[in-house]
Design a protein around this ligand. Structure first.
Ligand SMILES: [Zn+2]
Length: 398
């Protein structure tokens, strides 16, 4: 097979460093011998890499394991303080941020209200959040890998919006990633909520180590994040998984997009609010929905009855199209409500091969709750700088 690109020694070392970090992220603390076995590298190569990574403070040595015979074995784990990342989200009513360490733990949070901000307001606002969180966390800014931003699509290309998440002029053709990066002096990666959440679950959550899975994001609308063969699949214009306006009920409810029976009208917070008789979701305090759910949630059952059919249809479509290991459900919807929806999904449509052995259930709930997009955004720089498959992808793209 013809090699896709030349690899020099430095590139190979950088790639192998990613392989070692990923192995420890997926399996937990590992010794040099275990790392060599898992990565198919020599013990000598692994030893050199481990030494480099310990010196860079990305790995740390754990307590040696004593064995009945021979030398004790030292396992290595990721050093949470070795690197940090920033996750940002821009919604219709606020901008929010988290600063996480290498393990994904939140070290600082910040949030400011902003009603449907345009770029002139949003970029300085987010830069302010970044500054505030760095100061509050008391970390060395040199150890920041970058910032990720989760915002609803749609996109024209690399970090350039085509339609605004806030339906206001000013965002069309706006280079979000470049503008924000110039302002905060860090690399910036931009993805839609569903893709960011998928990466977050892949790095720290229920999809850790999975090669292929689909993330169904339920929030104001519905979208899908696709991780296929270890890589985030974005599509030719970065709009893969924008499924909100696929027809699930022919001739069904009218949609602002002009069609009828769109998925968004049945499975989204907007659809829940419609069943509860709330006109504008923006006028509702998010905690209010939780309170109504606890109080029995009149109208919720009716929504579940209506949502479960379209949801089964979507899961069936993605399973047949992509053969994923599992479908993860999560998003900005209250976790209690997502759980009730998930519990109602059975019986799912029969799988393609009912006898196939499964390591995971067909549908699982995401681990990160309502923070899923913002934690996913923080995971983007970590994933892009430590995941070996992503590294190969970038090399090919050059
Ligand atoms: Zn529509």
């Amino acid at each position: 097979m013809k090699p896709v690109s030349g690899t020099n020694l430095e590139q190979a070392r950088a790639h192998n460093r990613r392989v070692v970090i990923e192995a420890i992220r997926v399996h937990g603390p590992l010794s040099r011998a275990e790392l060599a076995r898992l990565s198919a590298l020599t013990v000598q190569t692994v030893s050199n890499i481990v030494e480099d990574l310990v010196a860079a403070r990305l790995l740390k040595a754990e307590e040696p394991r004593r064995l009945p015979r021979g030398q004790p074995i030292t396992p290595y784990s990721l050093n949470p303080d070795g690197a940090y990342s920033i996750g940002l989200e821009l919604e219709r009513d606020h901008a929010g941020g988290v600063l996480t360490d290498l393990s994904g733990a939140i070290r600082a949070r910040a949030r400011r209200p902003a009603l449907r901000p345009g770029p002139d307001e949003a970029i300085p606002l987010m830069a302010g959040l970044v500054e505030e969180m760095i100061e509050r966390a008391g970390i060395d800014p040199q150890r920041l890998l970058g910032a990720g931003l989760a915002m609803a699509g749609r996109y024209q290309g690399e970090g350039v919006t085509s339609l605004s998440p806030v339906a206001l002029p000013g965002w069309a053709g706006f280079p979000v990633a470049t503008a924000l990066s110039g302002r905060i002096g860090l690399p910036v990666l931009v993805e839609n909520d569903a893709s960011a959440a998928a990466i977050g679950e892949r790095l720290h959550g229920v999809a850790r180590g999975l090669g292929s899975f689909v993330y169904l994001w339920l929030g104001g609308g519905i979208g899908a994040g696709l991780v296929l063969d270890g890589q985030l699949y974005r599509g030719s214009r970065r709009n893969a998984g924008e499924i909100g306006h696929m027809t699930v009920v022919p001739g069904g409810k009218p949609c602002p997009c002009g069609k009828r029976g769109c998925l968004d009208r049945y499975v989204s917070l907007g659809a829940v609010h419609a069943h509860l008789g709330i006109g504008d979701p923006l006028s509702l305090d998010p905690a209010e929905l939780d309170r109504r759910l606890e109080a029995g949630g009149e109208g919720i059952e009716a929504w579940l009855d209506e949502a479960v059919g379209p949801m089964r249809q979507v899961i069936d479509t993605f399973e047949l199209a992509f053969d994923p290991e599992t479908v993860v459900i999560g998003g900005a919807m209250p976790p209690g409500l997502l759980k009730r929806l998930a519990e109602r999904l059975e019986p799912l449509p029969p799988p393609l091969d009912p006898k196939a052995e499964r390591a995971l259930p067909r549908v699982i709930l995401g681990a990160t709750g309502k923070d899923t997009a913002i934690l996913g955004a923080a995971a983007l720089p970590v994933f892009s700088q430590t995941n070996p498959q992503f590294d190969v992808l970038q090399k090919r793209a050059r």
